[in-house]
Design a protein around this ligand. Sequence first.
Ligand code: GLU
Length: 487
Amino acid sequence: MGIRVRFAPSPTGPLHIGGARSALFNYLWARRNKGTFIVRSEDTDLERSSRESEHNILEALRWLNIQWDEGIEVGGEHGPYRQTDRLALYQDYTNKLLNSGHAYYCYCTEEELEQERQALIAKGETPRYLGKCRHLTSEQRAVLETEARKPVVRFRVPEGQAIHIEDQVRGDVVFESDGIGDYVIVKSDGIPTYNFAVVVDDTTMNITHVIRGEEHLSNTPRQVLIYQALGLSAPTFAHISLILNTEGGKMSKRDGDTAVMDYQKKGYLPEAIVNFIALLGWAPSGEEEFYTLDELAEVFSLDRVSKSPAVFDIQKLNYINAHYIKEASLERLAELALPHVQEMGILPPGERSAEQQQWFISFIEAIFEKIAYLAEVKDFIHYFYGGVPLKPEGEALEVLRGEQVPAVLALFREKIREDELLSGTTVKVLLKQMTKELKLGGKFVYMPVRVALTGQMHGPELYDVIPLLGRENVLERLEVTEKRYLK
Ligand code: GLU
C-alpha cells in the first residue's frame, strides 16, 4: 500500500494560512511519493461547523490548486468523508473499546467535575479526571441511570506508561500516561470527541502519515493510546511548527490577513501563496527560492521541515508575489486587476468598449512591475481617472514654482501637438529633445511635466503616462495647471 495522507479541517471558519500549509505539505508528500491525498471534514463541533465554511475551505484549496484524490465532493472507497456522516462507525469502535474494558461510562455531572478540578488546582496539581467512575459495578451504574444522568464514554488511560512518538519533524517525543486523566471519547450527546474520531478516521482510511500543526502534538499520546487499545499500529506523525509573526508572537488578525481568501481578494496570485507557504517551515536544499507547485512536489521532503517556528513575513510574500506578477500574462493581470478599479467606479461592467479594454491592458503593462499585489492598481489608476484640476501639494507644488517651468510646459505643449503617434517610443524621444533644446538637466524637465500631468512626484514612467492619458487629456491638464499654478 502506498502513502496515504489527509487534510482534515474543522469547518468552523475560513481556511487560514496555517491550515493551507498543512494541506500543502500533505499534498506535496503524497505527490512526491505517488501516494493519495485525502480531504475530509471534522465537523463534530455541531455548533460551530457549517457547510458554508466547508465550502469556503474547499474553494480556497481549489484556488491554490491543491487537488485531492479522495474525499469530500470527490468520493472514494473510504467514505463518507464527513464525521457527522460516520457516527455509526464511531459507535462500532466505541463498543469495541467498551467491551474490551478500554473505555467506560462516566456519569459525573459538570458540577462534580468542576469541584474535582478546583480541588486539584488548590493542591497545585494538574487538573484531570481522577477516575471516579472507573470501577462502577453494574448495580451502581443502574442506579445512576435511574437518576437520568446521561453518561459520557471515557478512555481508560493505562498507568505508568511512557508513550513514545517517533515524530518525523521533532524526533522522539515522550509523554507519561500518568499526566493524562481518563479522557472523554464520546460526549453525552453521542458525538465522538476529536481525539477518538480522528483515530477511527485515520485507521479506517489507511492513513500512513499524519502531517499537521504542532498544536496537535499534545493530542497525539491520547490518540496513540487508542491505537494501542484497538491493537492497531499508529501512523507516522510529523508535527510542523507554529507560524509566528515577525515579532515572534502568535499570528493574529493584527499581523494582517490570516485567511487565504483574503489574499485572493487583494489580488495575490495562488502560485505565489503556494510558494510562500511552502517556505513556512520547509526549506529547499539550494539557493533557489521560487518554486511552482509541480516543482515543489518533486523536491519536498519531511526531513527538510524545520523544528523551529516559521515566521510569517508579509514583505517576503509581497516579494514572491511581485515575482509571479512579472511572470504572468498582461491579460491575466488585467482580468485580476479589473475588480479593484471597478470598486472605485471605474470601467464598470457592461460599459467597457474594446478600446477601453485595450487601454486597461496598456495601463497594466505600464505599472505591473511596480505593484506587489493587484489591489495596488488602485494607487495608479487615479493618475488617469482622477478628476481635473489636480491638486499638487508640498514638494510637488514646489516643483511647479521653478523658474524654468513656464518654458518647459510651453515647449512640451508644442511637442505633444506635433507628435502624431504619441507612443511610448516617440514620447521618450520628445522628452529627450526637450532637455537638449532647453539645455536643462532631465529632472528640471521631467518633474514639472510629471506634476503638471499627474499632480504627483512619483508614478508610472512618463513615457507610459503620456500615451495612456492621450493627447486631449494631456493638453487639458497642461492648461489647467498653467492657469492655476503658474504666474
Ligand atoms: N480538525 C483538526 C484541525 O483543524 C485536524 C487535526 C488533525 O489533522 O488531526 O486542526
